[in-house]
Design a protein around this ligand. Sequence first.
Ligand SMILES: Cc1ncc(COP(=O)(O)O)c(C=O)c1O
Length: 388
Amino acid sequence: MIINTSKRLGTVQEYYFSRKLREIAQLNATGADIINLGVGSPDLHPADEVIAVLNTASQAALSAQYQSYKGVPELRFAFAKWYRERYQVDLNPDTEILPLMGSKEGIMHLSMAFLEPGDEVLVPNPGYPTYKAAARLAGAKVLEYPLSENGDWLPDMDFLQMFSLRRVKMMWLNYPNMPTGVPMDLERMKELVAFAKKEKILLCHDNPYSFILNPNPASILSIAGAKDVAVELNSLSKSHNMAGFRVGVLAGKQAYIDAVMRFKTNMDSGMYWPIQQAAIRALELGDDWYNDLNALYKKRRELVWAIFDRLDCTYAKNRVGMFVWAGIPDQYESAEVYSDRILKESRVFITPGSVFGSNGKRYLRISLTTGMDRLQTALERIKNGVTL
Ligand SMILES: Cc1ncc(COP(=O)(O)O)c(C=O)c1O
């Protein structure tokens, strides 16, 4: 006998990477030694001083106690300072900042706090799959807005106006964009804020990649009047190599933060105190931290470009963020077919863009989170393995 799951669960599937990593683990168990260029989990360490703070803090007498739902005041203050210095955005640390256990949970929290059956949500295609899943789990309907190479992977304002927007309550935006690596300038953000105001839509900007290979980090909250309709998620996962620490933040107007708090306080408790202390230290790191990290990613990106050259894929060099996104050659029917072939012939896993939506089906995505030696081996294997 088995007890039925909820109808709600039927609206989502197990996360693609969860399935694929199981498949790769099975192949590895047979001795295949797959090089995984798919997942965007930083392989590099957080700064030494961040680890030192974590270690020391874990010895503190009360470190394992329940923590405030809003995080310690010093962490909120550190996020506010970081936003002021790095994005020129003023946020009140007491009312406009909510630390999260990673930005992914914030996507779900926002969806649960603002959506209900009958609501519609604008979601990018291609885009981070969690936006869609969270909307569906909250009972809302997903409306995909297309991003395309011809449109520089930016939302088409005329196209957006063509939707019937009456029921649209929320729109997801993510720049620097994952998976395409395109940044968005402030002018376009301004247009989107105006659109959201006119149509009374909550604009949720997901901003975890702004410090990776990006000369102009930007926050949507820097647009005048944006706080009325926009909130922003941010994260230390990629910018500070702290993905496993689970440290993110929701920034925005008090009314929006309070609404998410109402949901979140019923779901979880505050973050482990030593992690909060480590995050405070991470947020204080100076320019050298970001410059050194990016120098490494820049070198890796050269090798990733060489891999894509060898695979006869096309890509733009003026992209930012932690991934390289490339179009597949015409002779392959889809990126999934090509990715499976590369996996089989070269024992290298590359993410097919279809994971991010139908508009990604002729693209592959390589993450920059693999070291130079392993990337070099991947290149050699592909040179020897894949017959074009
Ligand atoms: C676009 C995007 N948003 C959010 C996340 C989640 O990041 P976090 O580790 O902060 O939960 C990711 C992680 O891959 C991502 O690519």
